[in-house]
Design a protein around this ligand. Structure first.
Ligand code: 4AD
Ligand code: MG
Length: 480
């Protein structure tokens, strides 16, 4: 057996010394021809490996360059240097993989996030991305733990679908027809998708919600956690063309139950990360503080990352209606002094991210749940309220992020639902399977979607969503 290594995180957390150990990892630095800082991705804390002078051939020492992969056997001893309790005195060093110091793009110094995005295939090897992706992992695990502990069924919804769950038309087409003009055509010149792979026109899913509703009508409580795709041309720090979404769907829940579930869920997963990734979050907090120092005083965060996370976990989210939010925005000095790009003139306007951020960051200074939006700015499946003007929608807005959750109570009444679909020109015949839920044992139900990358952004304090997913997809970029 080759792999008898101990992880560096484990080795460093065990303060006892004077035992033999094998470690493997990548050289971060090698200084004074003696001290190797070794990292294996289990923690940002490097293990100090001591290659005592005279113990090793020059030929080996020369190959201990930044990025090289090595296997070290030796004795764990109490460290004389500061910064660590133990270190490894090497008795043998084996080079597993060389790294040409002249060509390796990651030098032991600070690189900009923009530069690292260009070498996303190597950025896992940095402290920042080590922390980000360990936190991302923990959050994903916490998502499953939360729902599993509550008895939800994890449902795998399809990636390829024939429907547009959001009715927004922002879909990537999936086809195996040739794109050179020779695809079979209908008489009117349009492409004949009956000849396509699935015998119909298909796309990548924008949401697993509709299929989730089908399962909730049998299991009562389900959630999905999978990739979703949006062909919206948004070049922002909050949008990806491929992102992961968590979508619980619960039979017998109304809008308030839905809000309660979402708030409990968000607090749970953040607390899980605080409890299990303290070291990484503290590292990221430090990074953020340094980044903030570059900004003018009035743009800096009032709280450190850890304070912000603790605050969210320990305080109730503010809940108000869309109508109340519009009043606050309309009357705000910001609006009166025309500081919004889109001025709020009255009821009915869609909220832009500047408005959401004003409410959350300036007005309430905490996460906000907005409810009961005008029906015209929301999706067809949301439940119509008594007023006939608003629907039982809810969006959760988070400081620094804006919308992190979108959800609603669903329209369970068949007649209302089909009427709304007609009004919005959603083809009912294509969604017959969906409408069957309302024909056979319909019930009040509700659900929401949480954008996983926006959650990871919130917990890691990373400013750009492209830095919290391993290989980001956005307009004009699909490398790696
Ligand atoms: O508000 P959205 O579009 O809602 C839905 O898709 C519903 N079907 C969810 C449901 O009720 N089951 O998207 C939900 C969340 C947003 O609040 C946001 O956090 C995230 O998904 N999101 C994106 N994240 C990254 N990049 C994008 N382009 C995103 N679009 C939405
Ligand atoms: Mg939304």
């Amino acid at each position: 057996m080759f792999n008898k290594r101990v992880r560096i995180k484990e080795l460093l957390s065990n303060e006892s010394a004077n035992y033999q150990a094998t470690v493997m990892g990548w050289v971060r630095t090698f200084r004074n021809s003696q001290f190797i800082a070794l990292n294996d991705g289990s923690t940002n804390n490097n293990l100090q490996v001591v290659a005592s002078l005279g113990d090793f051939d020059d030929a080996i020492l020369k190959r201990l360059t930044t990025g090289a992969c090595i296997k070290v056997e030796g004795e764990v001893i109490a460290s004389l240097g500061k910064g660590q309790k133990v270190e490894l005195k090497a008795s043998s060093i084996e080079i597993l993989g060389d790294s040409d110091a002249e060509k390796f793009p990651l030098q032991p110094k600070k690189h900009s996030l923009e530069f690292l995005r260009e070498i996303a295939h190597l950025r896992f090897k940095t402290n920042t991305f080590g922390s980000v992706f360990r936190v991302r992992h923990s959050l994903a695990f916490a998502v499953h733990k939360f729902f599993n502990d509550k008895g939800f069924v994890y449902l795998h919804t399809p990636i390829i679908t024939a429907s547009d769950a959001e009715g927004a038309g922002e879909m990537f087409r999936v086809t195996s027809l040739p794109l050179d003009g020779t695809a079979p055509k209908n008489e009117d010149g349009s492409i004949n998708y009956k000849e396509d792979f699935f015998g119909r026109s298909t796309n990548l899913t924008v949401s697993g919600q509709l299929e989730g509703e089908l399962a909730a009508m049998a299991f009562s409580d389900i959630y999905t956690f999978g990739p979703t795709f949006r062909a919206e041309n948004s070049n922002t720090t909050r949008h990806l063309a491929e992102f992961w979404m968590i979508e619980p769907e619960v039979a017998f829940n109304d809008l308030e139950d839905n809000m309660n579930l979402a708030e409990e869920f968000i607090k749970y997963v953040i607390k899980y990360a605080i409890d299990n990734n303290k070291e990484d979050i503290e590292f990221l907090a430090q990074r953020l503080e340094e980044e903030e120092k570059q900004k003018p005083q009035n743009e800096r965060n009032e709280m450190t990352l850890m304070e912000k996370l603790d605050f969210v976990v320990n305080n109730d989210f503010e809940r108000l209606t869309y109508t109340e939010a519009i009043e606050i925005l309309k009357e705000s000095n910001h609006n009166k002094k025309k500081k919004f790009q889109y001025l709020i003139e009255g009821w009915g306007a869609d909220l832009q991210s500047e408005h959401e951020r004003y409410l959350v960051e300036k007005h309430f200074k905490k996460p906000v749940i907005l409810t009961n939006y005008p029906k015209d700015i929301k999706s067809f499946y949301m439940r119509m309220n008594e007023d006939g003007k608003t629907v039982a929608a809810m969006d959760i807005l988070a400081p620094g992020i804006g919308e992190i959750v979108g959800g609603s109570q669903r329209e369970e009444r068949l007649d209302r639902l089909t009427q709304r679909m007609n009004e919005m020109k959603i083809p009912a015949e294509e969604l017959n399977w969906y409408l069957d839920t309302r024909r056979f044992g319909s019930c009040p139900h509700a659900g929401f979607g949480l954008g996983f990358e926006r959650l990871v952004q919130f917990v890691t304090g990373m400013g750009n969503i492209r830095d919290v997913i391993p290989f980001p997809r956005y307009p004009k970029s699909a490398e790696f």
